[in-house]
Design a protein around this ligand. Structure first.
Ligand SMILES: C[S@@+](CC[C@H](N)C(=O)[O-])C[C@H]1O[C@@H](n2cnc3c(N)ncnc32)[C@H](O)[C@@H]1O
Length: 404
C-alpha cells in the first residue's frame, strides 16, 4: 500500500523516466519533511539557495550525501572524467607543468565525485615523473568519500597512499595546484526576478504535497548584488527576467585563496562570462537538473533524487579571485584547453588501431569532450593563481580573459 505522500512523489516522475526504488522514495520523503520544517521556521518559505543546499547536501538525505550511485551510466549524469580518462590525463599534463615550476607542491582536488579523476591524474603524473608528495581531496559528502577510496584502491592501488581526505581546507597554506571540476555549478544559488525597478527573490514554498515557487522582496544584499550586475551590463534586461546569483561564491573563493600560498587554481565548469550569463535572451535562468540521464529545468521535483546545478558566472569567479588577492591567469573553453594541453598527442600515443572498436570509442570520447555542441564550448576553464610565473600551456591556443 502506498501512502498519499509516496503517490505524490511518484507522480512527479514523467512517464518515460525510470521509477526510483522504494528506498529512494523513503529517503526523499524524509528530506521533504526536513525541508518543510525549515519552511515552517522561515514563515512558510525558504530562499532557493537554502532549498538547493538541503536538496543536495542535507546530511544522509541530500543528493550528494545519501550514498546512492550518482555518476556514470547507472546514475544520473556523466562528467568529463567519466567520459574518458583522456580528460584527466590531459589535465594531469597541465598539473605536471605547474608542479614542476613549484618548490614543494601538493595537488588539492575539491569535490572529487567518483574519484576517477584523482586516480587517472595520479597515474599520469607518475608516468610523467611529476608525482606530488600528497594529493589532497576535500569532499563534503561522506558517501562520496567512500566511493573515492574504492575507486583509488581499484584503479591506482600503488598511488592511493598519497591521497589524504580533508574535512576542511588545510590549516596551513599550501603550495601547489587546486582542481575543481564541476564543483562551482554545485554551489547553492539565489534566484531572482526583475520586476520594474525592484528585485524579487524567488523562494520555495509548499503547495499541497508539492514544492512550488513563491517570491518576496529581495533581501538587501541580494538586491545590491543584482543591481551591481545590472550596472555592469551593456544591455538592459527585460522586465520579468529570471536568473541566479551565487552569494556564496566570493566568501568560498576567499577561503580557497587563503590556503594557496603559491600556485594555480583550475576551475572547469559549465558557464559563461557575465555578459553572456545575464544575456537578455537567457530570461529563464540557468538551472539544470539531471535525473537518470534526463536533463530538465525543474529543481522542485524529486528532492534529493536529482542533481541540481546552476551555470557559473565566470566574471564573478574572476572578480572574487582578484578581490581575494589572486591573479587571473587564463580563461578558455574546455576544447581549446584540452587541445592545447596535449589531448590529441595523448590519443595518438594510445596503443590502439585507428578504426578498431577501441579506436572508434576513443575518437567518440574525444568528440564528446571537445565538440561545441557537447562539452567543448559549454564548459570553460578558468585559471587563478598566486605568485606563479611558470607556463600554462592549456591557454596557449586561445586565452579569452578579455571576455570576462
Ligand atoms: C557535479 S559533482 C562533480 C564531481 C567530480 N568533480 C567530477 O567531475 O566528476 C560536484 C561535486 O562537488 C562537491 N562539492 C560541492 N560543494 C563543495 C564544496 N563546498 N567543497 C568541496 N566539494 C564540494 C560534491 O560533493 C560533488 O562531489
Amino acid at each position: 500500500m502506498t501512502t498519499a505522500r509516496e503517490r505524490a512523489l511518484i507522480a512527479q516522475i514523467r512517464h518515460d523516466w525510470p521509477a526510483p526504488s522504494p528506498e529512494a522514495v523513503a529517503t526523499s520523503l524524509q528530506l521533504v519533511e526536513r525541508i518543510k520544517a525549515a519552511m515552517a521556521e522561515g514563515g512558510g518559505m525558504i530562499g532557493f539557495d537554502r532549498y538547493m543546499d538541503m536538496a543536495l547536501y542535507a546530511p544522509g538525505l541530500g543528493y550528494y550525501s545519501a550514498g546512492a550511485t550518482r555518476f556514470g551510466a547507472a546514475g544520473d549524469f556523466v562528467t568529463a572524467p567519466l567520459v574518458s580518462s583522456l580528460f584527466s590525463r590531459t589535465l594531469a599534463r597541465q598539473c605536471g607543468e605547474c608542479l614542476a615550476a613549484l618548490q614543494a607542491p601538493v595537488v588539492l582536488e575539491l569535490g572529487a565525485g567518483s574519484g576517477d579523476m584523482a586516480a587517472d591524474i595520479l597515474t599520469e603524473l607518475a608516468a610523467l615523473g611529476q608525482l606530488p608528495e600528497r594529493y589532497l581531496i576535500l569532499e563534503v559528502s561522506a558517501a562520496l568519500r567512500e566511493q573515492q577510496r574504492e575507486t583509488l584502491a581499484r584503479k591506482a592501488p600503488q598511488l592511493a597512499d598519497r591521497v589524504q581526505w580533508l574535512d576542511r581546507l588545510p590549516a596551513e597554506p599550501v603550495e601547489g595546484v587546486l582542481l575543481a571540476n564541476e564543483v562551482l555549478d554545485a554551489l547553492p544559488v539565489q534566484r531572482f526576478r526583475l520586476d520594474g525597478d525592484s528585485v524579487r527573490e524567488l523562494t520555495v514554498t509548499l503547495d499541497g504535497e508539492r514544492f512550488a515557487w513563491a517570491e518576496r522582496d529581495a533581501p538587501e544584499p541580494l538586491r545590491r548584488a543584482v543591481e551591481t550586475v545590472l550596472a555592469a551590463l551593456e544591455e538592459p534586461l527585460p522586465a520579468g527576467y529570471v536568473s541566479e546569483y551565487c552569494s556564496r561564491l566570493a566568501p568560498w573563493l576567499a577561503s580557497l585563496a587563503d590556503v594557496l600560498a603559491c600556485g594555480v587554481m583550475l576551475f572547469i565548469d559549465y558557464g559563461y562570462p557575465r555578459a553572456e550569463y545575464y544575456h537578455p535572451q537567457r530570461g529563464m535562468g540557468t538551472l539544470m537538473c539531471h535525473y537518470r540521464h534526463r536533463a530538465h529545468g525543474d529543481p522542485l521535483i524529486l528532492p534529493g533524487l536529482q542533481d541540481i546545478t546552476a551555470f557559473v558566472d565566470f566574471t564573478a569567479v574572476a572578480d572574487a579571485g582578484v578581490a581575494a588577492g589572486l591573479e587571473v591567469l587564463g580563461f578558455t573553453s574546455q576544447a581549446q584547453f584540452l587541445l592545447a594541453a596535449g589531448l590529441l598527442e595523448l590519443l595518438q600515443e594510445m596503443p590502439v588501431e585507428p578504426g578498431s572498436p577501441e579506436g572508434l570509442a576513443l575518437a567518440q570520447q574525444v568528440k564528446t569532450l571537445t565538440l561545441p555542441g557537447e562539452m567543448g564550448e559549454r564548459l570553460k576553464v578558468l585559471a587563478l593563481g598566486r605568485g606563479y610565473d611558470g607556463p600554462l600551456t592549456g591557454f596557449s591556443l586561445s586565452d579569452q580573459r578579455a571576455r570576462l
